[in-house]
Design a protein around this ligand. Structure first.
Ligand code: GTP
Ligand code: MG
Length: 414
């Protein structure tokens, strides 16, 4: 039997309404497997410390909620723990804001043990701050017969949460130690890494799949790609062959979103570490999305938070098939592509190879026949123009990438 989706009401309490941001929250709600049954607007002049919206509105919404079969209320604006706790008590329903909604999506999508623990930790951190807010609100109310016992129970809950967070941390640390020599870092000693980064749903996983397909990788290497926010939570690393260059490891990462909750950035430290250690970033941008500039900004902001803003970066404008932008095209430090187009994927591979190994330069190499291994390596990397078979050596004329030439310096003919 299909599980009934949780019914939610979205409240937008702001001075101005931002349609695109609301649309994004509606998509997040959908991604969280909830059903949006209504959207309530409330223009406000000032934010109330205790209840965010005015007390009259709190009562009015309480009446409205009685007539609706609602499981949860979602606030478009960020709520303090005090405000969320107050509204939740006033309406007798869970009240969460956008950042908690994102944490919930991550919770549903986490597959690996580490990801599960990290989301659990982020959730408990949020709960703990909420309990602190609650005890403050009890303190503010003052007096009351049950005040003492209420506070004791809260204290107890807080202590329990603190212990559980500590235990969660211990388990995460143990897992991290186990994976200390992570796959990427082990391989990175020989193979450069390029990370696909960008706003959620921009097409990162689709591009990785297209790269795999173009290079004839096995079907099971494909990753999950879907028209859904946060389709990817677990990092995938794949080895991709490059044109006239050695292989590169491509990392597919979790998508970003504006105001990604800091608890999640902390929790996904290990996953996002892959970005920090990359040699090259491919910033995937949905060219068709009307809010792509805001999305680009959000991604760049997150990269700065991750201290990954000094890594060389190529802007990849994807989904050009949906806009009127000509593609494939490389211009300055950007490429315009469609993930469904073979030529576009070829262009991406060329750009990655050039960024990592440098542009191709004309060379002539004279390699003795005795150096069999050198001959076969050079032949796998050179864009060959002509070949001369001499008595004791092979002469190759062609193009080699700049950073590879130094490996064959002994054979270069000037
Ligand atoms: N028309 C069109 N659709 C695309 C293109 N690239 C990706 N898509 C679609 O966009 C949706 C999202 O693609 P994903 O590859 O899952 O996006 P992602 O960036 O990995 O998303 P997250 O994992 O959620 O961060 C899918 O439905 C893809 O089929 C493209 O170039 N053109
Ligand atoms: Mg993805």
């Amino acid at each position: 039997m299909q599980k009934k989706k949780r019914q939610v009401i979205l409240i937008d309490a702001d001075i101005d309404s931002n349609e695109e941001e609301l649309q994004e929250t509606a998509e997040l709600i959908q991604a969280c497997d909830m059903e949006l049954c209504d959207l309530w607007y409330q223009r406000i002049k000032e934010i109330k410390h205790l209840s965010y919206i005015g007390s009259g509105k709190v009562d009015e919404f309480a009446k409205g909620l009685k007539h609706q079969n609602v499981d949860c209320v979602i606030f478009q604006q960020p709520l303090s723990s005090l405000q969320a706790g107050y509204l939740s008590e006033a309406w007798g329903l869970p009240v969460i804001d956008r950042s908690e909604l994102i944490i919930e999506i991550f919770e549903q999508r986490a597959h690996t043990q580490e990801a599960k623990l990290q989301v659990q930790k982020a959730k408990m951190e949020k709960q703990r701050s909420r309990l602190i807010g609650k005890s403050k609100s009890l303190g503010r109310q003052g007096g009351g017969q049950n005040k003492g016992s209420g506070e004791t129970q809260l204290e107890l809950n807080r202590r329990l949460l603190k212990q559980r967070i500590k235990e969660c941390d211990r388990q995460i640390q143990a897992l991290k130690k186990q994976n200390a020599l992570h796959y990427t870092r082990r391989l990175k000693q020989q193979i450069p890494v390029a990370a696909l980064v960008g706003y959620t749903n921009a097409g990162k996983s689709t591009i990785l799949n297209a790269l795999l397909k173009q290079t004839n990788a096995a079907e099971h290497k494909q990753v999950y790609a879907q028209d859904q926010l946060f389709a990817t939570l677990d990092t995938a690393i794949r080895r991709i062959s490059m044109p006239y260059a050695p292989d590169v490891l491509i990392v597919d990462t979790v998508g970003f979103v504006s105001n990604l909750p800091h608890e999640l950035i902390d929790a996904f430290h290990a996953t996002l570490d892959e970005i920090r250690h990359a040699d090259l970033l491919l910033h995937i941008i949905d060219h068709h999305n009307p809010i792509r500039y805001a999305q680009q900004e959000a991604t760049l902001h997150t990269l700065t938070t991750l201290q990954a803003d000094t890594i060389p970066i190529i802007d990849v404008y994807n989904k050009c098939d949906l806009s009127d932008c000509p593609y494939p095209k490389a211009q300055n430090n950007a490429v315009y592509i469609s993930a469904d187009d073979q030529e576009s994927i070829g262009l991406i591979r060329e750009q990655i190879a050039e960024a990592i190994y440098g542009p191709k330069e004309a060379v002539t190499l004279c390699i003795p026949y005795t150096k069999n291994d050198v001959i076969s390596t050079v032949l796998s990397l050179i864009q060959l123009q002509t070949k001369e078979n001499h008595t004791s050596e092979l002469i190759l004329h062609g193009f080699l990438r700049k950073k590879l030439i130094c490996d064959f310096m002994n054979y270069v003919k000037f």
